[in-house]
Design a protein around this ligand. Structure first.
Ligand code: GDP
Ligand code: ZN
Length: 292
């Protein structure tokens, strides 16, 4: 028996990466009977065979730390939100939505500001200031100067990461830069994606040469606030949540209520005004939907 990670699944065949090699496996019938479908990212036990067209059978799936639908994958360790200040111009609202999305999925995001060859030192300080008390790891990268790449590798080492972010920010360039063997693959994949929505996509996990693993498709479609509760929103703005214990009202939404410690913290400069305003925008969005 061997243990490995499913890195690819096509037509009922699962490719399981073990210490020594990748085995083409099928799942034992018991999983189908129980309606359990193995996912890429699953840590599995396999039993080797020489009796059929496959090399092994999946006999056990270890319990999942998490699982997602788009892409269909289990056991993601972290989301790397890639964004830029320019080309394309940064939307803090979009970035904060992606952060909320990550938090709601119980993943701590890493914020990667790419194309930092295009920005001034003051810009960095400003960006750092907005997110400084969120505790998120912020990495400034450039695929032109190579800045921040080692830091990004350190953050990705021994973890399964999923890149997300608007198109054009440099997600493919970054993955290629992280490991040049990746180049061909991402090229192929973006080509496939461009062919249209009907192309079946099978997400795959790649092991990068420095020891991190990455999913070859950008993750997570944008947050739909329909199902987000006020509590969910608040706990996704970690620093706002932190300041929310001293409000006069227990159920303070930190909106128009008097004696609100969150608003006081914004006034005092302890919470970024940009973050607070985005919180309010998303709060209003949730509120207006709840009316119907
Ligand atoms: P994706 O859509 O997020 O995968 O973005 P791409 O990797 O396709 O990159 C979009 C464009 O940005 C390409 O023209 C890249 O050459 C360019 N680009 C990527 N990284 C950087 C960077 O660090 N600095 C600058 N100036 N341009 C970059
Ligand atoms: Zn309040």
């Amino acid at each position: 028996m061997q243990t490995g990670i499913i890195i690819r699944g096509v037509g009922g065949n699962y490719y399981v990466d073990t210490e020594d090699k990748i085995y083409k496996c099928r799942a034992r019938g018991k999983f189908r009977k129980k309606n359990i479908k193995p996912l890429i990212g699953d840590e599995v036990e396999i039993e080797l065979t020489n009796k059929s067209d496959v090399e092994g059978f999946i006999i056990n799936i270890h319990s999942r730390k998490n699982s997602f639908i788009r892409p269909t994958v289990a056991n993601i360790d972290q989301l790397i939100i890639v964004t830029t200040l320019y080309r394309p111009t940064l939307s803090f609202l979009l970035l904060d939505k992606m952060i909320v999305n990550s938090e709601l999925n119980k993943l701590k995001p890493i914020i990667c500001f790419n194309k930092c060859d295009l920005i001034e030192k003051e810009d960095r300080l400003k960006l750092k200031k907005v997110y400084e008390n969120t505790g998120y790891n912020m990495i400034f990268t450039s695929t032109i100067t190579g800045e921040g790449i080692e830091e990004l590798k350190d953050a990705m080492c021994d973890k399964l990461s999923l890149f997300t972010g608007p198109s054009g920010v440099g997600k493919s360039s970054l993955t290629n830069y992280l490991d040049e063997r990746f180049e061909l693959k991402t090229g192929e994949i973006s080509e496939k994606l461009n062919r249209g929505k009907n192309t079946t996509r099978h997400a795959e996990i790649y092991k990068l040469d420095f020891g991190g693993r990455v999913i070859d498709t950008p993750g997570f479609s944008l947050l739909d606030l329909h199902e987000t509760s006020f509590e969910g929103l608040l706990s996704s703005f970690v620093e706002i949540k932190e300041y929310s214990y001293n409000c006069r009202f227990n159920d303070c939404k930190h909106y128009k209520e008097p004696d609100c410690s969150v608003k006081a913290a914004v006034e005092a400069g302890n919470i970024s005004k940009i973050r607070y305003d985005n919180y309010i925008k998303l709060y209003e969005e949730i509120k207006s939907r709840k009316k119907y």
